[in-house]
Structures are given as C-alpha cells and as structure tokens.
Ligand binder design. Structure first.
Ligand SMILES: Nc1ncnc2c1ncn2[C@@H]1O[C@H](COP(=O)(O)OP(=O)(O)OP(=O)(O)O)[C@@H](O)[C@H]1O
Length: 224
C-alpha cells in the first residue's frame, strides 16, 4: 500500500500571547485510497494540524512527506506548486467566485498550474462536473446555485488537478443532513473507485463513523 502523506514528530508552538505547545509529537500516515477523519474537541489543534499538513503553515518542527518526498524546508514557491498539484481543498465555506460561472470556478486551479491548454482544462472541468452530477450547471453563475450545489462545485474544483489527497476542514459543517450525506457519498466513491485519499476534519460523529479511520485528538496529541 503506498503512502500519500506522512507526518513525523510534528510539534508546533504559538509564541504569543504566551508560549503555547499546541501540537505535541504528531505521527501518522495516510495510505492511497484511505478515507480518514480527524475528530476532537474544539481547540484541540485540528485546524492548526491541517494547516501544516496542507503546507500552508511552515512554522513547525518535524517532517512532512507527500508521496514519500520530504516537503518540509521547501521554498514558498515550491510549496505553492506542490499544494496546487497534489492537494485538493474543501472548506466549510465554498469560497467560489460568485461572479464567475461554475465551469470557470472549477477551471481556476488548473489555469494557475499552467500545464494544460484551455481546451484540455475545460474538458477536464466538464468531466469533474459530470462525476459530481452537476454538469448541467456549468454555465450558471456560482451565485445562482444552492448551497449543496456550491459544495459539489467546490469538490469538483478540488479535483481538477487530479490531486493525491483531498483535505477538508468541516466540509459538511454548513450543510443540512441530506446534502451532508451527498458529500459523504461523493467522498466515499472517490476513495473506493478512484483511490483518492481523503483527510477530513469534522465535528460530525455520524460522518466520521462511516470513514475508514478516525484520528482522535486531545490537547494537541493524537490519542487514538
Ligand atoms: N494564531 C494563534 N495564536 C495563538 N494561539 C492560537 C492561534 N491559533 C489557534 N490558537 C490556539 O490553538 C489551539 C488550537 O486551535 P485550533 O484552531 O487548531 O483548534 P481546533 O481543534 O481546530 O478547534 P475548532 O474545532 O474549534 O475549529 C486553540 O487553543 C487556539 O486558541
């Protein structure tokens, strides 16, 4: 089984207002196709950890590997490239550009990567929308679709560069149970059928119970 992400001895301190040891020797691996959730009480360090794992925060001790390559100590530009190419993000709020069409929103990360022609990117974006059963919305403005649809567009956008892993911070936190179920089923299908790895921070116990593995955090440590 190949490893997509590995955290080795991650420690993080906040220095202000007083020195605070927020993450305490975090170690774990995520394998290809694994659907993992991270749970824990508010303030235990979940978002801080996700921020490090997603390469956005570089101020930590320890080592982070993506696809068996050490990414710690890379430059900001290298990290920005690695992030865009290998990691897809889904947040509680979708952060779509409301004046852009659904299709344009999904195409954006691929345009930023700059490795394919406009036509190829458009074709890929339509394919992602079709996997999520929202290809009929392609030409609609992002401001004119429902909350559940917006979250599916955000997932399509996260998939556009064919990442190795999708990371989510409360991706169903803003959805009703029906739409939340939809998002779970989409994630499950992506991990089962396409071997995509998922790492999802959630407060939703029902959601977490249905994932392959729950990482439980308490007071900056992984306790199970
Ligand atoms: N920039 C910062 N400076 C100092 N302390 C911080 C900073 N950001 C977060 N913290 C503290 O670090 C701890 C962990 O915060 P974090 O946001 O990672 O928790 P969380 O588990 O994601 O919580 P929630 O479930 O409420 O989102 C909290 O005690 C928080 O107050």
């Amino acid at each position: 089984m190949s490893t997509v992400l590995e955290a080795k001895h991650i420690n993080k301190y906040f220095k202000k207002p007083v020195l605070f040891h927020v993450l305490k020797d975090i170690n774990f691996k995520i394998n290809k196709g694994e659907f993992t959730s991270i749970m824990g009480k508010s303030g235990c360090g979940k978002s801080t950890l996700l921020y490090i794992l997603s390469t956005m925060d570089t101020d930590y001790e320890g080592e982070l590997y993506l696809n068996n390559e050490l990414v710690t100590n890379n430059t900001r530009d290298q990290l920005s490239y690695i992030r865009n190419k290998h990691i897809g993000f889904v947040f509680q709020f979708h952060y779509l550009l409301s004046e852009f069409s659904v299709l344009e929103n999904v195409m954006l990360p691929a345009k930023k990567l700059g490795e394919k022609s406009f036509e190829e990117i458009e074709h890929d974006a339509m394919q992602k929308l079709s996997i999520l059963h929202i290809d009929h919305l392609a030409k609609k403005r992002a401001s004119r679709i429902s909350g559940g649809e917006k979250q599916r567009v955000a997932i399509a956008r996260a998939l556009i560069n064919n990442p190795s892993i999708i990371m989510g911070d409360e991706p169903t936190g803003n959805l009703d149970s029906h739409n939340s179920d939809n998002v779970f089923n989409i994630f499950k299908q992506l991990s089962d059928e396409q071997g995509l790895s998922l790492l999802i921070v959630t407060h939703d116990e029902d959601f977490a119970k249905r994932t392959n593995r729950i990482i439980t955090m308490e007071d900056g440590k992984i306790i199970s």
